[in-house]
Design a protein around this ligand. Structure first.
Ligand SMILES: NC(=O)c1ccc[n+]([C@@H]2O[C@H](COP(=O)([O-])OP(=O)(O)OC[C@H]3O[C@@H](n4cnc5c(N)ncnc54)[C@H](OP(=O)(O)O)[C@@H]3O)[C@@H](O)[C@H]2O)c1
Length: 270
């Protein structure tokens, strides 16, 4: 079996989540996993599962096929400038740093090797992430794109996306868990108001979202039709749905995503 050596710089929330998913499949898929992080104790659980932790980023990236950059955006360029001279020229760097443009990543790397921009979302921690991958770098080979796609597909859903759509994606999908958890919280609050114990209300609402997501994923029926199937004439559901329509829930969600996108564009110029 051919092996793929993956070096992850920064093993915090996102780096740790991705490494956790890849470690799970390392034997089956031939992944060799290396990491380097500022506070090694944070990676102790990953080391127990087979991560090779190295003392410096330079040592971690030597001989790597794929280098994952998972430090905070303000720390990312310094890390790239440090490792650039020792990066194998046939390697590919994948940055998950939010808002850090391909142009800046290329400059920090001095074009030593191609770089892919990736935008994940938090369900990556349970292997259900959505990863936008930007393959706009002109030096990327097809085999490298395919290897990166396969790597991230093993952690959730992947989507090839030009960089020009990254802010829109971030506002809809990157920020998406915040909208969904807020809606879930509102329904849990309703359940508690009705007298369900809080833990039970949370379990019920969680199963409700998981079941609906599963139905939406498995069939082509328009979402409004799925909604209307639950609304019998003069029934209880239509009474609740009328309240949501009067409050303009759909319009509010559109406004929320557009406000997040506008803020994202502002942040790119700060
Ligand atoms: N979390 C998310 O939901 C999410 C979503 C989309 C994108 N992202 C992106 O993912 C990246 C990481 O975010 P995060 O939430 O995982 O942050 P985090 O938990 O703070 O993880 C960053 C890790 O990098 C380590 N680090 C800092 N400087 C370093 C250096 N010079 N060399 C090696 N390691 C270094 C930090 O060490 P310490 O432990 O010592 O601080 C920390 O463990 C960010 O760029 C963010 O934009 C995150």
């Amino acid at each position: 079996m051919t092996t793929t050596t993956i070096a992850c710089i920064g093993c915090g929330n996102m780096g740790g989540a991705m490494l956790g998913g890849w470690l799970h499949q390392a034997q089956e898929k031939g992944y060799v996993l290396r990491g380097m992080t500022r506070t090694p104790s944070r990676a102790a659980a990953l080391v127990e599962r087979g991560l090779q932790l190295l003392p410096t980023a330079r040592e971690a990236v030597q001989g790597a096929d794929v280098v994952i950059l998972a430090v905070k955006p303000y720390q990312a360029e310094a890390v790239l400038r440090d490792v650039a001279p020792v990066l194998p020229q046939n390697s590919v760097v994948v940055s998950v740093a939010a808002g850090l443009s391909l142009e800046r990543l290329r400059q920090a790397l001095a074009d030593r090797c191609p770089v892919v921009r990736c935008m994940p979302n938090t369900p990556a921690v349970v292997g259900q992430g959505i990863f936008a991958l930007c393959f706009d770098h002109p030096a990327l080979q097809e085999s490298q794109k395919e290897a990166v796609r396969r790597l991230f597909a093993s952690l959730g859903m992947v989507l090839d996306l030009p960089e020009s759509k990254f802010t829109a994606f971030s506002a809809l999908v990157g920020a998406g868990p915040a909208y969904v958890f807020q809606m879930m919280q509102g329904l849990v609050q309703a359940g508690v108001t009705q007298g369900f114990p809080r833990a039970q209300a949370r379990d019920l609402v969680t199963a409700l979202f998981a079941g609906c997501a599963c139905m939406a994923a498995r069939q082509d029926t328009p979402l409004m039709e799925l909604r209307d199937q639950v609304c019998s004439p003069a029934g209880l559901t239509i009474a609740g749905v009328n309240v949501l329509d009067r409050a303009g829930l759909s319009g509010l969600l559109v406004d929320a995503v557009l406000a997040a996108e506008e803020r994202g564009r502002q942040m790119e110029t700060e």
